[in-house]
Design a protein around this ligand. Sequence first.
Ligand code: FAD
Length: 328
Amino acid sequence: MKLPKNFSSNHSLKENNSLKLNYAADYFVSCNSEKELFLIYDFLEEKKIKYWIFGDGTNLILKNNLKGLVIKNNLKGFSVNGNSVIVSAGENWDDVVSKSLKKNLYGLENLSGIPGSVGASPIQNIGAYGSEISNFVNYVETFNLEKGRFEIFSNQACNFSYRESIFKRNPNLMVTKICLDLSQEFKPNTHYEALPKSVKNASEQRKNILSIRSQKLPDHQKIPNVGSFFKNPIISEMQLKKLSADFPDIKNYLLEDKNYKVSAAWLIENAGLKNSKKGDCGISNKHALVFYNYSESSDFILSYSSEVIDIIKKKFGIILEYEPSIIG
Ligand SMILES: Cc1cc2nc3c(=O)[nH]c(=O)nc-3n(C[C@H](O)[C@H](O)[C@H](O)COP(=O)(O)OP(=O)(O)OC[C@H]3O[C@@H](n4cnc5c(N)ncnc54)[C@H](O)[C@@H]3O)c2cc1C
């Protein structure tokens, strides 16, 4: 059977996940072309083994060794067609933000500095500072690893919502390309409280965002982490009223559907857990939603985070949900 060039077995994943967890995959392949996708499909058809798609591993928590094939997406390409950019899944997300601005195409400024690959960006509908990628997606191209064919999803078919999309529930769909509709006119989005309200141009907006991010978030290249460990919980108006009676300054945002998004960082900080520590892991002193990790195994970080979930449930009656994918 013909296999792609970059195929290996018993591959350590330590350099493929930003928590630096040291688990191994039975098989690992870096996919560099559409042709290789079909070879991978044939391999999976013959072996009938499990598989996982990896980008840069900045939103993954490994629980164990992976008994199957890890497919690392490495498809490259960036092109512009009118106001749209068409980008392959293996490109770095922040490079795409920067390149679009250089082409005088605007909209992605507030999503500056989010680590990871383009292919992962629609999976959890990446978002920051009042913007989400779903605001710009025209279509997402995928390769269906069960059917061995390409399938295209319009923005509506992606079923985007807060940190969710159709792709999260269909891990057989490997994102290969995305098309984003941008604008030739810079319209500053400065609603988010921490952002300076007066801004000259898109480069300044990007600079502001990168500067806030570097102050608030620990660098995952130096301190292993996956960014936000939990999603911001969404609660009803009635639940919020009840909670506000005991916690009048609870940080929340009204959503279009009249529910409220509560700041998970506020909950953790107000439970006294910011800068707390257990074994080789802990919660950052810079940001209460960021768990760091210095162990090669995920045992501590998973047991500590489940203790945190229990504490928050007891104190506020809210159940926190993990944001990263937990696999293995
Ligand atoms: C310091 C730090 C800050 C962060 N800040 C933010 C932020 O502000 N906003 C935000 O939304 N996220 C943030 N994140 C999370 C992370 O950057 C994003 O989720 C990013 O999109 C993950 O990209 P990745 O390539 O590393 O994906 P991975 O971690 O490799 O994968 C994440 C998930 O996507 C799947 N996947 C990856 N590639 C593909 C593909 N091509 N096709 C199908 N499935 C795929 C994986 O199977 C997995 O389920 C942050 C992370 C860190 C470490």
